[in-house]
Design a protein around this ligand. Structure first.
Ligand SMILES: *Cc1c(COP(=O)(O)O)cnc(C)c1O
Length: 428
């Protein structure tokens, strides 16, 4: 029996996994075509031809409208800025509440705070890790204006139920699709199922421009406001003939031409990259399902899960060693796996203490806000249980890795189970 790497033995995997992303001739040709023109950004904050950006930005946006079949796409410099613009463009501001999952990257909630609205957390579904419609109903108040849905790890949230609630209470639905380009819910692409959706093109995402994001919508008014917020709306709105200037105060959320050019080449690879992820994730899930105490990803709603990460549930009562020891042993074998994903957002100090700015508790103490939101431990017990006890995940089911790489993961699992007694003897 091979000794665990954690206890000084040889690692299962010594060579590093090939990195993400893989850039090819297509990206290089796109970038060179920008360098040849010298136009690094086509944006000018002025009503007119340059208000909507340069040719590559517009071409990238067309890749998105073609792929998603939406009326509009607006490229921005991150999904975080896109989420903020989307929330503001929905007319949300001081005094409003937006319901969001706590089990997501922090920007899903901070985008709400950036409009001075209040994030209210609803718990997640235990099987698919996305916001749970039953929990949403429990936290709706007269101040609720929208639901921010996050399709976590690439599995869609229950959009029919969520849209039903939105209709009943006249709420907007904002989809955070950062982890789910190409995912489908009952045959329909996520990003087209709410009022507005946001994709991320940051370095870690399936298709990337280094940093970047894209907002898509079919709604004329939301598109117009996102464009104003992206590009200094305060000096453009009047000349553009905008009557209602509320929530058009702008930022510089503009994407530069080189990033857009890379995005064009990347978008053309989205399907290939996604199918690769699915193939590896299904292969790995099938191979790991025979180990006691591991539950492979569940697929609901006839979904196309696109596996930004592959989540497994870990049951200590069946494996016999605690989750953190297991992950430490696995990482020591040269296999990157994570425990818990992110801490439920309300447990971060900013939320616990309700401090956004230097002084006071604005926007929580804003006179326009009539509620008193609760960010105490225990408000979303499922998200807490997943984070602190049960969830493990791997980012490894991605291009250009192969089934041979997946086999190394399986070998490391086998080795740890063979050494179960030795691992149990280690204090986690
Ligand atoms: C990556 C991510 C974001 C933020 O994306 P950026 O482009 O880095 O701003 C937002 N939400 C989720 C769920 C993400 O995974």
């Amino acid at each position: 029996m091979e000794k665990l790497a954690l206890l000084g033995g040889e690692k299962i995997r010594t060579k590093p996994f090939l990195p993400h992303p893989v850039l090819g001739e297509e990206e290089k040709a796109e970038v060179n075509s920008v360098l040849a023109t010298g136009l690094l950004s086509g944006f000018v904050a002025k009503a007119g031809d340059f208000f909507l950006g340069g040719p590559k930005v517009k071409e990238l946006e067309k890749e998105f409208t073609d792929y998603f079949g939406t009326k509009y796409a607006m490229a921005v410099n991150s999904a975080t800025s896109g989420l903020h613009a989307a929330v503001a463009a929905c007319g949300i501001g001081p005094g409003d509440e937006v319901i969001v999952s706590p089990y997501t990257m922090s920007a899903s909630a901070s985008a709400i705070l950036h409009t001075n609205a209040i994030p209210v957390f609803a718990d997640v579904d235990y099987d698919i890790y996305c916001i749970d419609p039953i929990s949403i109903r429990k936290v709706i108040s007269p101040m609720t204006k929208a639901i921010m849905v996050v399709h976590l790890f690439g599995h869609p949230a229950d959009m029919d139920e969520i849209n039903k609630i939105a209709k009943e209470f006249k709420l907007k639905v904002i989809e955070d699709c950062a982890q789910a380009p190409g995912a489908k819910y009952k045959g329909r692409k996520v990003g087209t199922l709410g009022d507005v959706a946001v994709f991320s093109l940051n370095m870690h995402k399936t298709v990337t421009t280094g940093e970047g994001g894209v907002v898509v919508t079919n709604n004329d008014e939301i598109a117009e406001k996102v464009r104003l917020i992206r590009n200094h709306g305060e000096v453009c709105a009047e000349d553009l003939g905008i009557q209602d200037i509320s929530n058009t105060l702008g930022w510089n959320y503009r994407m530069c031409e080189i990033d857009a050019a890379i995005g064009i080449a990347q978008m053309r690879k989205l399907e290939k990259l996604t199918n690769h992820r699915i193939e590896l994730a299904e292969y790995l899930s099938q191979r790991l399902s025979r180990f006691p105490g591991f539950t492979i990803p569940e697929i609901k709603f006839n979904a196309r899960h696109v596996y930004f990460a592959v989540p497994f549930k870990y049951d200590v009562s069946k494996t016999g060693f605690d989750r953190d020891s297991f992950i430490k042993a696995l990482v020591a074998e040269g296999i990157p796996f994570g425990a818990g994903y992110v801490k439920p957002i309300y447990l971060e100090k900013l939320f616990r203490e309700k401090i956004c700015y230097g002084r006071g508790n604005c926007p929580f103490s804003c006179h326009l806000y009539k509620g008193s939101v609760n960010y105490k431990q225990g408000i979303c017990p499922i998200a807490e249980k997943l984070h602190f006890k049960e969830l493990i995940f791997t980012p490894l089911c991605r291009y250009p890795l192969t089934k041979n790489d997946m086999d190394d993961i399986v070998k490391a699992f086998e080795k740890i189970f063979e050494n179960a007694d030795a691992l149990r003897a280690v204090r986690g």
